[in-house]
Design a protein around this ligand. Structure first.
Ligand SMILES: [Zn+2]
Length: 365
């Protein structure tokens, strides 16, 4: 296995500290990873490490695991229609980000790095801080100064160093990248790092195992698009293994306040729309320049899906309505339910819909 630039094809060793191609700035992807093989699932393992046999990690890398993954796929009756909710907010640090973080942290330990740096306003930072504490890694997190106090408290409780950066979200990213260059640290970015993305494929594999088939429609909140791309790659691996006939229609859910994918989708554009950074209650997807934006738009069109945005009021209403079904999620996750409301009438009753519920309601007021 190696890393390869998705733009120019330059090849890097698996343990490189580069987070983008050093010549062209392209995103780095893992090449030569093992294929999905249903016969090699460790079915007695009730975590996502049941897929260890084909996880793209060095052979000698032991899993750094808090027991993440294999979350419930719970059916609820929503507007007299059965839909399935993937309860990824039940992961150890309270969000789906643990899927990527467990794989990333396992790679970091196998490579022998002792310090990780990340920029995030919430769930990804909390996940990294938690796994770094478990794995005895030094973690430094750069956050926007205005980040949600409950998430900052969680990050600090795990013992991570917190650097608050004034201004928009993008300033924290720039400060983190500067720090990575100066310190002998690994940039454990939840949107650049290919090991993180590899961990997010496991959601699709679990849904397939739990349903006994692929859903027809898959709805997920989308900021940088990592969850969407991870789900898509997971289902694509199942299709390539001959286990499902087609990839579900992938639906991206965005906040109307920051909706570069939904706007681009409506206009038929290949690139995310240019939007200003702004505040939304769906803070986990407030990305004005989604790193996986083009890839997200491509996979949405390829699968016959959609990218749709919900207003702040619609997100709040969806959060309350879902809670009345017994599921309490943060506003970012409720965006997927708000988008479900927009499409449910146009779907056929026989179609299976799965919604990815990404973050716990306990993380936000
Ligand atoms: Zn390149």
């Amino acid at each position: 296995m190696n890393l390869q630039c998705a733009e120019c094809g330059a090849v890097y060793p698996l343990n490189t500290r580069a987070w983008v191609c050093e010549t062209c700035g392209g995103v780095l992807e893992i090449i030569g990873a093992p294929s999905f093989d249903a016969a090699r699932i460790a079915r007695a393992d009730s975590s996502l490490w049941r897929y260890r046999a084909f996880m793209p990690l060095p052979a000698q890398a032991p899993p750094i695991s808090l027991g993440e993954g294999w979350t419930p796929l719970t059916p609820i009756q929503y507007d007299n229609r059965e839909i399935f909710c993937k309860l990824d907010f039940l992961n150890p640090t309270g969000s789906f980000k643990d899927r990527g973080t467990t794989v990333l942290t396992s790679a970091v330990k196998a490579f022998g790095y002792t310090r990780v740096i990340e920029d995030s306003s919430g769930n990804a930072a909390a996940a990294l801080a938690g796994y770094a504490a478990f794995a005895n890694l030094r973690a430094t997190i750069f956050t926007p100064a205005h980040a949600s106090p409950m998430k900052l408290a969680q990050i600090q409780a795990y013992g991570a160093e917190l650097e608050k950066i004034e201004g928009v979200r993008e300033n924290a990213a720039a400060a983190a990248q500067q720090a990575v260059k100066q310190a002998d640290a690994y940039y454990a970015s939840h949107y650049y790092n290919p090991f993180f993305l590899a961990g997010l494929q496991t959601t699709a594999w679990e849904i397939w195992e739990q349903l006994g088939r692929a859903p027809d429609i898959m709805i997920a909140p989308a900021g940088h698009g990592t969850n969407l791309v991870g789900l898509y790659r997971g289902f694509r691996a199942l299709r390539d293994a001959g286990l499902i006939a087609k990839i579900p229609r992938m639906v991206a859910a965005q906040s109307a306040v920051v909706a570069p994918l939904a706007l681009a989708y409506a206009r038929g554009a290949a690139a995310p729309a240019r939007v200003e950074p702004a505040k939304t209650i769906a803070e986990g997807i407030a990305n004005s320049q989604p790193l996986h934006g083009r890839a997200s738009l491509r996979l949405i069109r390829e699968t016959g899906g959609a990218a749709l945005a919900a207003s702040e009021d619609e997100i709040r209403a969806a959060r309350s309505k879902l809670a009345r079904h017994g599921l309490y999620v943060e506003p970012t996750s409720a965006t997927a339910i708000a988008v479900l409301e927009k499409i449910i009438a146009s779907t056929h009753a026989s179609e299976t819909i799965v919604v990815s519920l990404t973050g716990s309601g306990l993380k936000a007021l």
